[in-house]
Design a protein around this ligand. Structure first.
Ligand code: AMP
Length: 309
């Protein structure tokens, strides 16, 4: 059987981060990088993003040896998207110190012909207008569209974002952003309000406290994996999203009669949590350089053990 492909769009970036465990002045990052790499353990990925001429063959090597098609990774003159952030001592919060759009400011995503039939789509964090432009280039209606966004776009591009939300099945978002988008502090109310904006399901990520899935009146909560050592949480949210949607794509799971299977969504939340937890163990994408599918399955079982009662 032909494996079902997942289209991933978002940023491929360079990040500068400071955590209680150290400071890195420049490392490969970006929402699409984390999501694509995490999803590729479960399904073939088609990547759409832009980089500048500062992106080297060495940077590109993170995608090599994985089922990630990079035909849609455009390279243009200039500097790649750059983000810098500093974490609080407990690493549950961070301050953005700098965001430089650079080549992202002029990006006009063009889907390679071979990508236009993608049945699964993950619209990673990027301008909502660009997420929309990607959707419009698909030849037929995708089976499942999930998306992420963040405060930067909620503040700067709310009407584009609201228009886009009407076209997606699942929104994966963190707690602060869910509150900001919905205007509700209570997360149950926030999720209900967001579902009224379009998505049939909402996954709210809560950092080390785990993630909660809302679909209609059904709720499923996964704890954060208790980790002995958290090095750098950058990209954990995107890795969560990649594991979540990658698992659904790998299983070919789609809404039937407009409904997503709740049991499959629960498993997807756990795979998302597993991928987010691995991401935190090293700086940037480094943990994924050695991570194996066997380690993923072992941690999935650990999750089952520590939540069964
Ligand atoms: P996460 O820790 O999962 O929220 O994602 C961190 C990644 O998001 C970093 O690698 C950044 O390069 C990327 N990022 C930060 N700000 C933005 C933004 N405004 N739009 C898109 N990607 C961003």
């Amino acid at each position: 059987m032909r494996k079902i492909s997942l289209l991933v769009v978002g940023t491929v970036a360079f990040d500068a981060v400071e955590t209680p465990h150290g400071k890195v002045a420049r490392m490969l990052g970006g929402a699409a990088t984390y999501a694509a790499v995490a999803a590729s353990y479960f399904a073939p990925v088609r990547l759409v993003a832009v980089v500048g001429d500062d992106f080297t063959a060495r940077d590109h090597s993170i995608f090599r040896g994985r089922p990630i098609d990079t035909q849609g990774l455009e390279r243009v003159p200039g500097r790649s998207f750059f983000w810098s952030g500093k974490y609080t001592p407990d690493m549950n919060d961070r301050t953005t110190l700098d965001t430089q759009l650079n080549v992202l400011a002029e990006f006009d995503p063009k889907l390679p012909e071979a990508y236009r039939d993608s049945p699964f789509v993950f619209l990673g964090n990027i301008q909502p207008s660009l997420q929309h432009r990607v959707l419009r280039q698909l030849r037929r209606k995708p089976r499942l569209v999930a998306m992420d966004t963040m405060n930067y776009w909620i503040e700067g591009a709310l009407s584009d974002l609201r228009a886009l939300l009407r076209q997606v099945h699942v929104l994966v978002i963190n707690d602060a952003e869910a509150r900001q988008l919905s205007g509700r502090h209570n997360l149950v109310q926030a999720a209900a309000r967001i579902q009224a904006m379009g998505p049939k399901a909402v996954v709210i990520k809560r950092g080390e406290h785990g993630a909660t899935l809302f679909r209609g009146h059904q709720v499923f909560s996964a704890p954060g994996m208790p980790l002995h050592h958290v090095c750098d949480p950058t990209g954990a949210g995107d890795s969560f999203a990649g594991g979540f949607i990658g698992y659904l794509a790998g299983q070919g799971l789609t809404p039937s009669n407009g409904h997503l299977d709740i049991a499959a969504l629960r498993r997807a939340v756990i795979y998302g949590s597993v991928m987010g937890s691995f991401c935190c163990e090293k700086f940037g994408v480094d943990r994924f350089r050695t991570l194996t599918r066997e380690e993923i399955e072992a941690r999935y079982r650990e999750f089952q053990d520590c939540t069964e009662f």
